[in-house]
Each structure stands twice: as C-alpha cells, then as structure tokens.
Design a protein around this ligand. Structure first.
Ligand SMILES: NC(=O)c1ccc[n+]([C@@H]2O[C@H](COP(=O)([O-])OP(=O)(O)OC[C@H]3O[C@@H](n4cnc5c(N)ncnc54)[C@H](OP(=O)(O)O)[C@@H]3O)[C@@H](O)[C@H]2O)c1
Length: 337
C-alpha cells in the first residue's frame, strides 16, 4: 500500500450551506466491467488512502457492498462517519409521489447509514431504462422534460432535506435552460450539480452559471471515461488522454495524462469524481490535488481544448418522436413545459 495522504492536505470547497467538502472524490460506477466487490474493495482502499468523498447511486447496483465497506471502515476506526461526504442519487423510476423517500430509505439501508450527505436527482426525467441495456433501446413511456413533473420530484427532495435525511440536495444532468425554469421555483436550491466535465467537454456556460448562483459543480467522467460501456461510445468521440497538448503537459509533470485532467478540474473549481479500482491510480488521483499545480499557461492551453465533446449522450432516455440525443440537452429548439 502507498503512503496515505493526509485528508487535511486535500483542498476543500465550501458549499452555500456552509459545509466544506474535499475538492475531489471517488466515483463508484463499475461501467459493467467490475463487480460490486471490486468496486467496494477499492472504496475501502480509497478511505485508507485519504479519500473522504464518494459518489454512489442506486443504479450502480453496488450500494449494498459499499455499505458493508463503510460499516467496516467505521468499525475498524479508519474514519468517522462525520468525516465522510457520501452522495447517492434517486434513479429515474423513483420520481413518483413518495418514491424519493422510498428510494433514499433503500439507499440508506444498503449503505448502512442514517443520513446521506448529498442526494441527487440522477436525471431530470422519469425515463427509465434497464441497467446495462443497449444504446438503441427505448422505453415507450419516456417523455420530454416537464417543469411540473420535475418540481414535484424536487419538492420530495426538499422534504428529505428538511427531515434531516439528506444534508444537501442536488441535481444532475441539467442544462442552463432547465435551471432557468426550475431554480426560481425551488424553496431550497441545489447545493451541488453533477455534470459531465473533462478537458474536451468543459460546458463553460453551465459551469459559470452554477458558480454565479453559488452552486458547486461536480464533474463526472473527469478523465473522459476511457473505459465507459460500448453503449456510450460513438463515432467522433475524442479521447481526452490522447490529445497531444494534454499528453505534452503530462510529460512535463512526469504524470499520466489522466492526472492532468484532474489537476485541471480541481484548479478550475469543479469537484471531479474519478473512478478507478487500481490503487496506484486512485492514489495518484488524490495525491495530485495537493502538489505540483499546473501553471497558468498550461491551464490556458487546456482551456482551449474544449471541443464540446459530450460522451454520455443519454440516448436511451429519449421519447418517441424526439429528433436525437441533442433534444435531451435542449439543443434542438425550446424545452418542453
Ligand atoms: N451523474 C451521472 O449521470 C454520472 C454519469 C457518469 C458517471 N458518473 C460518476 O462519475 C464517476 C467517474 O466517471 P467514469 O468512471 O465514467 O469516468 P472517468 O473517471 O473519467 O474514467 C474512469 C477510468 O479512467 C481510468 N483511470 C482512472 N485514474 C487513472 C489514472 N490515474 N491513470 C490512468 N487511468 C486512470 C480507469 O481506467 P482503468 O479501469 O482501465 O484503469 C477508469 O476506469 C463514475 O464512477 C460515477 O460515480 C455520474
């Protein structure tokens, strides 16, 4: 085992709720490649290594095993519950009345916790697809975004925060157009918004919008998800870690290009949540936040790498009659009510 990193040395981000969270966390989606045990073992190793933020979700189908690991870590005295920031997400089939509470109850049972630090609405639609289904599959019940439907889900989110079951609530896979519609209606605004962010997909408009509103962006696929499932791969996708300018910066720092993606993310201000089950990788991913920062010039070069290259297009959530995946992101005209 490598030398653990003192969590105190990892920079922090302050949420509008006053809470401080680490500037980096660990993702737990095994991308259909790793078993729940492999992922949960990595979570234990990551706690030992100094990680204090973990991004979970019911749909990753491993919360039960990760819960065993959290319980063991508390029992072994590795970490205290209050030192961890644990997130989870309500899946698309649990947006109905009363379902958010039920979903959180199951997640808390699986994770063996009595509160969650942040609970996210995973996708802003109740459009369900079976885990692991292929990219062409469509659910006939799928429908476009509806402000009314979303707000009815968000009211349930606000209630679980008021009940103290979720310390913070968040949204995921949003757009500025959707936020413009729903934020004025929120009694409690989201403390965090999870979104795809990596050098070739920087979402500057959404990122700046959240920062201006005091909402912390959390960046998923921060390394460009090189090993994502085939259903999320399309022609024309750019592999961030192979872009020559980024590779050159990695060489200059003597690190893997993945690490440059993470340094860039942290220095820009989002909270990246890289995934890896390999100790050498997750160790270097955490370590890099506390040493050898990128120069301003390197940050500028990386800023220019944005190619608007969205990797997680979400096409399995499309409804009948929709043009293509751009509709999910409000890029094919106005959004629905
Ligand atoms: N809210 C949402 O809708 C949403 C969507 C997608 C993902 N997420 C979250 O975001 C997390 C991260 O996304 P992701 O797993 O798709 O993508 P990612 O973190 O960008 O990429 C993960 C892959 O990068 C490689 N890697 C990691 N560290 C490395 C290092 N230091 N050197 C070399 N390679 C390294 C690993 O490949 P190998 O395994 O081959 O080593 C790993 O499988 C997920 O686990 C999940 O928690 C959320």
């Amino acid at each position: 085992m490598g030398k653990p990193i003192d969590p105190a040395c990892v920079p922090k981000r302050k949420l509008y709720t006053g809470e401080e969270i680490p500037c980096i966390g660990m993702g737990t989606f095994g991308s259909d490649r790793f078993t729940a045990e492999q992922v949960s073992n990595a979570v234990y190793g990551a706690i030992r290594c100094g990680y204090r933020l973990f991004d979970c979700a019911a749909v990753y189908q491993n919360e039960h095993q990760i819960g065993e690991v959290f319980a063991k870590a508390f029992q072994d005295g590795l970490v205290k519950r209050e030192e961890l920031h644990i997130t989870s997400k309500v899946w698309n089939d649990m947006h109905g009345k009363g379902d958010v509470l039920l979903s959180l109850a199951q997640t808390l049972k699986d994770l063996k916790l009595d509160y969650i630090d942040t609970f996210f609405v995973h996708w802003p639609f109740p459009n369900y697809h079976a885990p692991g289904c292929d990219g062409d599959s469509r659910n006939p019940d799928s429908r476009p975004f509806s402000v009314e439907e979303f707000m009815s889900t968000w009211r349930q989110m606000e209630r679980i925060q008021k009940m103290g079951l979720a310390r913070n609530i968040g949204m995921s896979n949003m757009t500025v157009a959707k936020l413009e519609k729903v934020l004025p209606l929120c009694e409690m605004k989201p403390a965090l918004i999870e979104m795809e962010l990596h050098p070739c997909f920087q979402q500057p408009e959404l990122f700046d919008y959240c920062m201006e509103k005091g909402i912390q962006p959390v960046g998923f696929c921060p390394i460009g998800s090189p090993t994502r499932p085939d259903r999320d791969k399309s022609e024309g996708d750019i592999a961030d870690i192979q872009v020559p300018e980024l590779v050159d910066i990695a060489k200059a720092h003597g690190v893997h290009p993945a690490v440059v993606c993470l340094k860039w993310a942290v220095q820009r201000g989002q909270v990246p949540i890289p995934f890896s089950i390999h100790e050498n990788e997750y160790q270097s991913n955490l370590e890099c936040t506390a040493e050898d920062p990128l120069t301003e010039q390197e940050m500028e070069i990386l800023k220019r790498l944005d190619r608007n290259c969205r990797l997680i297009k979400g096409q399995v959530f499309l409804w009948e009659g929709a043009d293509d995946w751009h509709s999910l992101w409000d890029e094919n005209g106005t959004i629905s009510e």
